[in-house]
Write a protein of this length. Sequence first.
Lengths: 583, 213
Amino acid sequence: MDQFNITKAPTVYDAVIVGSGAGGGMAAYILTKAGAKVLMLEAGGYYDPADPKYITQLKWPYESPRRGASTPLRSGGDFDAAWGGWDIEGEPYSSKAGTEFHWFRSRMLGGRTNHWGRISLRFGPDDFRRKSLTGVGDDWPIGYEDLKPFYDKTDRLIGVFGTNLPDFPNEPDGYFLPPPKPRLHELMLQKAGKSIGVPVVPSRLSILTQPINKERGQCFYCHQCNRGCQAYADFSSSSVLVIPAVKTGNLTLQNHAMVREVLTDQRTGLATGVSYVDTVTLQEVSVRAKTVILGASTCESARLLLNSKSPRFPNGLANSSGVIGKYLNDSTGAGRSAFIPALMDRKRYNEDGVGGMHVFTPWWLDNKKLDFPRGYHIEYGGGMGMPGYGFGGGVENLNGQIPGRDGKMKPGGGYGASLKDDMRRFYGAYVGMSGRGEPVPLESNYCEIDPNGVDKYGIPTLRFHYKWSDYEVKQAKHMQDTFEEIIHAMGGIPLGRKPGPEQNYGLAAPGRIIHEVGTVRMGNDPSKSALNKFQQAHDVKNLFVVDAAPFVSQGDKNVTWTILASSMRTSEYLIDQVKQKNI
Amino acid sequence: MKRRDSLKAISISSLGLAVGPAEAAVPEPAPKPPIKIPGGRLKEEAERDARLNAEKFFTPHELQTVTVLSDIIIPADTRSGSASQAGVPAFIEFMMKDQPRSQTPMRGGLRWIDNVCTKRYGKPFAQCTKAQQIELVDQIAFPSKVAPDMTQGAAFFSQLRNLVMTGFYTSKMGIEDLGYMGNVPNQWNGVPDDVLKQYGLSYEPSKAEEARK
């Protein structure tokens, strides 16, 4: 490969989609079902959770020489479905001095839908109008009523279990499959929550507790959604959207295609396609399409637009406002775990359940009465799970706090028969809780093109600038106080020291929760936003963004369900615009 | 002049070395033998594991010491076997290569123990009597009551204990010892009735279910 040739594919596609995650997958599904000829470019390899080549589901820890520990090639551990993670060889990123951002990437079909917890929370009416309600942040250019039909269709197309929550107006109703019954520790959490006024209600996860069609099976309760489901019983973009789109005959899927830039016609200002580097052959390829749809991920889509500079678009494509990269925001996150003496010496039975929590706590308080402006939800873990890497670690910090069978205390640590006995008594007697909250998006938190950096393909890389504000720190403090209250109400022993102000109350570093949104925001004012309310570029009418980059804020909800609903809405809008000959 | 020829000319004239074309300056690496990729692994992962498995970290003496210590931490009893019977030393050997940051604390810790034992008992740890071994372990196995001159030993012992615990309880033997019953396709129908009763809990009908009645 000595020559630096650029191959031009002959076909002009109706649309080219960059990225195969939730946003790209949904766009591909809707457009190909409508008969459009679509090319999907995915930077990573092919993946099908039902192909034994890729299956890690139902493997035992001892089938991994490292017992499932993480590696540089799989940050989520040996059994996690997601390839890559925090650091990808040859694809660096950087942060400005004194700031921090961690960027999780999955280079594979389905992207980060292979890693996520399947938590599927629609936004509520308030989540679209935070500025109107609180004076800080910004409102969306759309409201809940605009997205509601698409949330409804997403519920029915993909499947989600849960219940309607009439006491929570900001947790709208949906089309829910039956939720799984709570596990023992979850019943205890519900009881404890009740005693202190913290609601603990059925969670909403996109896992099929009942079959919804012939292509996908039903959950068989192995608790391993993060490993990918060979029965297609949970939502992954590969199994639920992209593979069915390929089956229409209208989708051309090109793996190992790392997109370099969006190409434009300098005369009309329209997008004409994209250029990419084939990561296997290193061939440079340009493809043509009538519409360009970016679903490369919040930061990757911003990077791509900023890198698509031309005389007509000197600040990068669709960036006459200069807003691209700004308002980057990730969920807040903090956690605590506890030991529950009442659960010692439990009767053994299989309580794996679905791949995540059966119950959760939606935001239940009024921020007007608090010293921070946004809410959070709480996710719960625990139970008699399959031991994995790290099991039994740090026992010296625990068994000194628990009386032995003889009722006597002993120093923490130890060895031998009594340690073995402790492990049998303690098994399944832990709970963990994690707060996931809404930050206030700030213009001063952003990603930009690193003036000094390129990846191994010569594509300029991102540099981040991100700092939490007092809002998020105060929210994390509230989380920690709530966690302790819940733990004490359960009669539990909080583990580890409670993080204080010197550790920002355990607030996770920006990026760590992997919920980043906001870098190509939508709005009604083209001088302050890059996209209109249909996620269509103000400056380039045949350019759309369908990942979480357009989101003005992220609510106290994990955003995947909103990515899916928004991408469906944008795709249907595009079909309509083509029919009307506007594009 | 063609590009290749000019490079050749540069290398010869400027360095005075009689080398061949530029390509020859960096010889092609020997082709890698084809590797079997197990299900669920990427090629890069299979290659990395094969490379790690081909390396050796512990010396025979170190491995012997690790084995003795592992079996002190997890001995056999009536329900299950010992750490070494569950393959724990081999797991620790692998982890040293997989996570090289652990190597110095492990190697140094083993050396620390041998040094203390040699001073006290005239022999390295593995060659001491069982009573001597336990006498030493008792002084480093409980971090909250460790003597000031033994803290490094306690830190090492905690590191080793963590590895032994994970190694044992993620083995088939350890999983059976704990009584974990999952990782099989099943239908979750909730907590068994007798367990609900034991904890005084019940499944209350939800508001939605009540409304339907």
